[in-house]
Unconditional design. Sequence first.
Length: 119
Amino acid sequence: QVQLVESGGGLVQPGGSLRLSCAASGRTVGSYLMGWFRQAPGKEREFVARINWSGTLTTYADSVQGRFTISGDSAQNTVYLQMNSLNVEDTAVYYCAAKRPLRPQYEYWGQGTQVTVSS
């Protein structure tokens, strides 16, 4: 079992930055692939970024490439999402997720944290 707790969301103006955190706990969390997803009002949940704990694998959605950076601290079992140059289209609930590498779907999800980009 893996538990995920997100934090760091809030209200930010267009062009601003936020850093989200995802604290992971569980006996084998170090073997999981970690991802960030988001869901905007009236839209389906979409992939944002993913990383393995060694940091050797990172993948980004085209919509955030170059603006967002995913990173992980294996000693703290925490994954971060640094979000820069935010725009109103980034407004969404952001979710942290985890899965074993060979599983097709993410298995564990956090409760989500709201990010609102507005002037």
